[in-house]
Design a protein around this ligand. Structure first.
Ligand code: DX5
Ligand code: ZN
Length: 226
């Protein structure tokens, strides 16, 4: 029996002046997607570990920390200490990926690797047995509200084939430009963790949007199984 699809609202699209309120709106989510950007790897700067500590004080939803930073090997411990439940680091930014992934896991946190849209999934072959999660970017990292890059669907399918060959089943997460209009095809391609920022926080009732996306995702999952 395949596990249900997880919905991970990205608080990049939350109202920072009312973060505790917005976290309350998404108490029905499976994960909180926490986008860390350092102004070097991305043209944007977001949250440090103290913000993660603040999130952990007001929400019991597990935190999925997406590290869009130039030197994740150096900074993952800050976020582990602050309470991260999952940490993903970019393949493009990690000098010692194998070591970093093992370090994250040894500290009791789920570890994963992220690929930018132009990075081929075949590069994951040597590391696929060492990850709990793979995150495929379906936009170029940096900002919410961008358009989904359709070539991602083929990358999700290729990743599924690599996992099957290695007899492993990490979570497959997709991030960027996902809404009610395309979540079905993303899940049918093989994703089981869906990040959504603007699709959840722009509408007036984020909790309803989480539920709507989850229902659409699980319908698509049934079709995938059929
Ligand atoms: C982009 C971030 C995403 C972003 C997604 O660099 O990694 O998590 O918040 O936002 P939407 O769902 O609006 O594309
Ligand atoms: Zn993200």
């Amino acid at each position: 029996m395949t596990a249900p699809v997880k919905i991970a609202p990205s608080i990049l699209s939350a109202d920072m002046a009312y973060l505790a309120r917005d976290l309350g709106y998404i108490a029905n989510a499976d994960l909180i997607h926490f986008d860390v950007m350092d102004g070097h790897f991305t043209d944007n700067l977001t949250f440090g570990p103290d913000i993660l500590r603040a999130v952990k004080r007001v929400s019991t939803v597990p935190c999925d920390v997406h590290m869009m930073v130039s030197d994740p090997d150096h900074t993952v411990d800050w976020f582990i200490d602050a309470g991260a439940d999952i940490i993903t680091v970019h393949w493009e930014a990690s000098r010692h990926l194998h070591r970093t992934l093992h370090h994250i896991r040894e500290r009791g946190v789920k570890a994963g690797v992220v690929l930018n849209p132009a990075t081929p999934v075949s590069l994951l072959e040597p590391i696929i047995e060492d990850v709990d999660i793979v995150l495929l970017m379906s936009v170029n990292p940096g900002f919410g509200g961008q358009r989904f890059i359709p070539q991602t669907l083929e990358k999700i399918r290729e990743l599924g084939a690599i996992c099957a060959r290695h007899r492993v089943s990490p979570m497959i997460e997709v991030d960027g430009g996902i809404s009610a209009a395309n979540i079905g095809e993303v899940v049918r391609a093989g994703a089981n963790v869906i990040v959504a920022g603007s699709a959840i926080f722009v509408p007036a009732d984020p909790a309803t949007e989480v539920e709507r996306l989850r229902n659409l995702a699980n319908e698509a999952l049934t079709e995938r199984r059929a």
